[in-house]
Design a protein around this ligand. Structure first.
Ligand code: ADP
Ligand code: MG
Length: 332
């Protein structure tokens, strides 16, 4: 479909800014054909996922364009990582406001290039349109697993342990920092949190290694408790989490020390882009070796039980309800 982008025609944008990003994918034909091809390697299954972002909803119109582009790729890479897939390439649908500046598109494309290199992916195709509304972008990321071995949300069994990579809450705290500063936070910690919000670190090394150890897995992007609820539902189990075992960064710990109710926000805020997963107790040793190999810290935060839903336990073993206002219980 076409929709003119004044100042720079659609075809000029594709040729100038996007075609160079398809180098390394000979079957993308330099973005000069109607479509691209991707040859799955022998015995591999393709895994794919799409995520869209809209100005004013997922980013601010005056955010740096290169960071918008990199976050767009990274949120999609995070989904594939949680499925145990190795990413190969992506399709990009870009809707630019009619008055977009060429410099904005150039910076956006630079951001794409930076993370293509970092994560070993290439642009395969897409669509470019002009919109009378806010800018919006959708990426379809394509990766591979051996055979059908994509990690599923449905693989948790009673008796398993619940684990999470990295630290939880930083992205949410970073977003909050953009509005109002938390008390008692050092400038470096503040920068760390905002950086985590703007530029997630998808667990692309850990993810494929988890295929050999994890039962269920998913990407933590909408809040740890809510996302664990998806594993509970799809697996037909209950997940019980110990709030005190959820890993926090030094900056996150500083915020929670000053305001214990902030722990509830860390568990529900989202923008973590970590992997939550389950392992059998017998595989805990193998998991530790795997985490070491990936260079990513992994924490055991709870257990899988018979039942339904997600329970969060406080320091005294009491159940903290996650209902409306429930996490206020953290504010003792
Ligand atoms: P059509 O009119 O058939 O949709 P287009 O002119 O939109 O064709 O696209 C021409 C080629 O450029 C296609 O290979 C398409 O995948 C690619 N392309 C268009 N926009 C983008 C984009 N934003 N990113 C990557 N490839 C793109
Ligand atoms: Mg098109």
């Amino acid at each position: 479909m076409s929709g003119r982008v004044p100042g720079a025609g659609e075809f000029e944008i594709i040729a100038r800014y996007f075609a160079p990003l398809s180098r390394g994918a000979p079957l993308a034909f330099g973005l000069t054909d109607d479509a691209a091809m991707l040859l799955p390697r022998k015995g591999r299954g393709l895994v794919m996922n799409a995520d869209a972002i809209v100005a004013g909803v997922h980013f601010l119109p005056d955010d740096p364009p290169d960071l918008i582009a990199r976050k767009l790729l990274r949120v999609n890479l995070s989904d594939l990582a949680a499925k145990g897939a190795t990413p190969r390439g992506y399709l990009l649908t870009a809707a630019f406001p009619q008055d977009v500046a060429p410099g904005w598109i150039a910076a956006f494309a630079r951001g794409l290039r930076t993370d293509q290199k970092r994560f070993g992916i290439v642009l395969l195709g897409g669509d470019t349109v002009a919109t009378p509304g806010p800018a919006s972008f959708s990426v379809t990321m394509i990766g591979e697993v051996p055979g059908r071995r994509m990690l599923r949300r449905s693989g948790a069994r009673a008796g398993d342990l619940v684990c999470v990579s990295g630290t939880i809450g930083d992205g949410g705290f970073g977003l909050a920092e953009l509005g109002h500063a938390h008390e008692g936070l050092a400038a470096a910690q503040r920068r760390f949190l905002i950086d985590r919000y703007r530029l997630p670190r998808p667990r692309t090394t850990l993810g494929p290694l988890l295929r050999n150890v994890a039962g269920a897995a998913l990407d933590v992007s909408d809040g740890l408790v809510q996302d664990l609820g998806h594993i509970a539902r799809q697996s037909g189990t209950r997940l019980t989490i110990e709030a005190g075992a959820v890993p926090l960064s030094p900056a996150g710990r500083a915020i929670v020390r000053a305001d214990p109710s902030a722990l509830g926000r860390a568990l529900t805020a989202g923008d973590d882009y970590e992997i939550a997963f389950t392992v059998t107790k017998a595989r805990l040793g193998a998991l530790k070796a795997t985490a070491h190999r990936a260079g990513v810290p992994v924490s055991v935060i709870g257990r899988v039980e018979r039942g339904a839903g997600v329970r969060v336990l406080g320091a005294g073993g009491e159940v903290i309800e996650a209902g409306p206002g429930g996490f206020d219980h953290f504010a003792r």
